[in-house]
Design a protein around this ligand. Structure first.
Ligand SMILES: [Ca+2]
Ligand SMILES: [Ca+2]
Length: 302
């Protein structure tokens, strides 16, 4: 119904604690897959389990970074996840949250007479939703394409802005508590290439050529959808696409090949100039899946 009204992006700052991959997560995965709406969800304020539907593979889940102190003064980075920001997910589901935003001591209008301050992922998620809405204005081709939106949103993140303490990597460049890091809207001014595709069988591969000069660093982000309606368990994971970068010499330069994450990220500095090839490959696909949509984006960092 919202899709019929022309809604392109939904912010959802709510949720419930539920074990595993719940019916709620599954329903929102189905909604994103069938409508193309981008669904942005607060991770939850449990300090532990991510709330549903934040465990859904197809949503962008947002954590809260402690960017202000108790006196509401700005502090400098690297920032930690706020102690209430939820980050735990079952080990057969995609790493959550994918991105973070400031959500600590955020100034809000309380009522007609009062200004107040709020803390929680509910404050962080709308920051990302706002950035995504601006992205859609700037690049209308990504409207209705939640994979490309997620790929770009993750690419806009600054991983060095978050603290590594108690926050281990869980897949290349995705941290347990803060995902790809702090979303940075200013990154939108940089040149991005973004493409959509669809994989329909195991062993299939799509190649994208990237010209690099010696010393240039490229960041490549692949985001895939869960495109079927089955439930997810340890024994029945989402379909699995992986990302590889091959050098001009035909040798593998870098790869990101998590079996569970729906986002793969490569950051690579070219030792020599040449044509590199980013490849999206299909590691696993369930019987009866019509096709797994994906979005890939890349940009030269410097
Ligand atoms: Ca996590
Ligand atoms: Ca993968």
């Amino acid at each position: 119904m919202l899709a019929d009204m022309g809604v392109n992006v939904i912010n959802y700052s709510a949720g419930v604690v539920s074990p595993g991959y719940s019916e709620y997560d599954r329903e929102i995965d189905r909604l994103v897959n069938s409508t193309g709406i981008t669904f942005i969800k607060s991770a939850g304020n449990t300090g532990g389990d991510v709330t549903s539907p934040g465990k859904a593979a197809n949503v962008i889940t947002v954590g809260n970074l402690a960017t202000k102190d108790e006196e509401r003064k700005a502090i400098s980075g690297p920032f930690s996840a706020h102690k209430t920001s939820a980050y735990e997910e079952p080990d057969y589901l995609s790493e959550k949250p994918e991105v973070c935003a400031p959500g600590t001591n955020v100034v809000t209008v309380y009522d007609e007479k009062r200004i107040s301050y709020g803390t929680g992922t509910s404050y962080a998620a709308p920051v990302v939703t706002g950035v995504v809405a601006q992205m859609m204005e700037r690049a209308p081709a990504i409207v209705g394409d939640p994979c490309r939106v997620k790929s770009l949103a993750v690419s806009f993140c600054d991983g060095s802005a978050v603290s590594e303490e108690g926050n281990p990597l869980n897949g290349s460049f995705l941290r347990e508590k803060t995902g790809a890091g702090l979303i940075d809207a200013l990154q939108m001014v940089y040149g991005f290439t973004h493409v959509s595709g669809r994989m329909s069988k195991k062993g299939e591969q799509d190649d994208f050529r990237i010209e690099l000069k010696a010393g240039q660093t490229v960041r490549i982000v692949l985001a895939q959808l869960k495109s079927n309606s089955r439930t997810l368990t340890k024994a029945s994971r989402a379909d699995n696409l992986d990302l590889t970068l091959t050098g001009a010499d035909g040798k593998k330069a870098a790869s990101s090949d998590s079996a569970r994450n729906c986002v793969e990220i490569i950051e690579y500095t070219a030792p020599v100039a040449g044509t590199y090839t980013a490849s999206v490959s299909t590691a696993a696909i369930a019987d009866g899946t019509a096709g797994v949509p994906y979005g890939i984006s890349w940009r030269i960092l410097g």
